[in-house]
Ligand binder design. Structure first.
Ligand code: FAD
Length: 325
């Protein structure tokens, strides 16, 4: 076993941002392990993904295409990835910590008899030993998991934990087709029904969230979506707001809502209860606006503004609109 295998995710035929992050981090980890950086492309068709992965740093791309892989199923995708792992013999398998990849990663780790770290925010190699950093207990405990030698490790990384790899034009690598194992794919996807109007907070690089300090639903909608629009952001909420029926549950950030890690998180009228922090404290920059200077949110904030949301937010929105167009 040597090197790193990155499981490729795609969006509209392009390598997804999380995979670009993993290829960047994977390159450094593969070098530290003294092995190659490989990528796994699995689906009904591969399109241009293998070439894109090479340009982003993969030495070898293993491709499994099969009609049975048109839609994600645990058994189909794990069987394909297992066949790739048998050829690549990686010491470390990396994938994103998305809803789907958590299902995939856990099943793959079980099949490979590998150790698993889900939701990692950092991965290191020291003296050939692989470790993953993973927040737990709502982000209040940071665990470092060290993998036993002699078995592969599967690590699912939280989005926006690493810088994205940049494309290197003219880079060459090997692309190898791997046959889909003759395993029966027992799962049958009958239909896929996207939820209309669903918000994808997990993918947003900027989030503006509102809490009970907004006062009421009308005020939330008067102040939060315009600020979010000015920043090109998605908008979220504390549980207090969701429980009061101001916005649907899919906007909730926190222990019992979404875990997000955007580049910028703007918390407006949110106290910063531990359960809210659990879902957003790993954001790269946190801006907190609260009229109480002792609000706990200020303890995790990169920038804090003590003030009334009713005064601050319209001014902020107006200034951002003027400056960002
Ligand atoms: P509050 O705590 O009421 O805070 C409102 C804040 O607004 C205050 O800090 C106040 O100073 C400020 N404010 C008031 N007026 C203004 C103004 N005009 N201008 C500026 N600031 C103002 N919570 C979550 O968010 N997500 C979760 O996933 C979650 N899961 C939970 C799970 C469990 C098991 C439990 C027990 C609780 C959970 N909670 C969760 C609830 C959490 O404990 C808090 O009750 C909740 O986060 C509080 O929401 P809030 O900050 O909007 O409201």
């Amino acid at each position: 076993m040597a090197g790193v295998l990155v499981c490729v995710e795609q969006v509209g035929g392009k390598i997804a941002a999380i995979t670009r992050e993993l290829l960047g981090k994977g390159r450094a980890l593969a070098d530290a392990l003294g092995g190659p950086l490989a990528a796994a492309v699995v689906g009904s068709e591969a399109g241009d993904l293998a070439n894109q992965a090479v340009a982003l740093g993969a030495d070898t791309v293993y491709v499994v295409t099969d009609a049975a892989l048109a839609t994600y199923t645990t058994d189909g995708y794990v069987a394909a990835a297992k066949a790739i792992a048998a050829q690549a013999q990686p010491a470390l398998v990396l994938a994103g910590a998305s809803f789907q990849m958590r299902d995939f990663g856990a099943a793959l780790a079980a099949d490979l008899n590998a150790g698993l770290a889900a939701d990692a925010t950092d991965i290191t190699v020291a003296g050939g030993q692989i470790s993953a950093v993973r927040p737990s207990h709502g982000g209040n405990v940071i665990n470092t998991l060290t993998f036993a030698a002699g078995r592969p490790a599967v690590v699912l990384a939280r989005k926006q934990s690493f810088p994205e790899a940049t494309e290197q034009a003219g880079r060459s690598g090997s692309i190898q087709n791997v046959a889909m194992p003759a395993t029966s794919v027992r799962t049958k996807v009958v239909s896929v029904a996207p939820k209309s109007g669903a918000v994808n907070l997990a993918d947003a690089s900027v989030i503006v969230s509102g809490g009970r300090g907004l006062g009421n639903k009308d005020n939330y909608f008067k102040l939060i979506p315009p600020l979010a629009a000015a920043l090109g952001a998605a908008y979220g909420a504390s549980r207090a707001v969701v429980d009061d029926g101001w916005v649907p549950y899919e906007h909730q950030v926190g222990q019992t809502g979404k875990t997000v890690s955007p580049k910028l998180y703007v918390a407006c009228g949110i106290s910063g209860a531990i359960q809210h922090l659990a879902g957003m404290r790993t954001s790269r920059s946190i801006v907190a606006i609260n009229k109480d200077p002792d609000a706990p949110i200020f303890r995790v904030a990169t920038y804090g503004l003590v003030g009334d949301v009713n005064e601050v937010l319209p001014l902020l929105t107006e200034q951002l609109k003027a400056r960002l167009g």
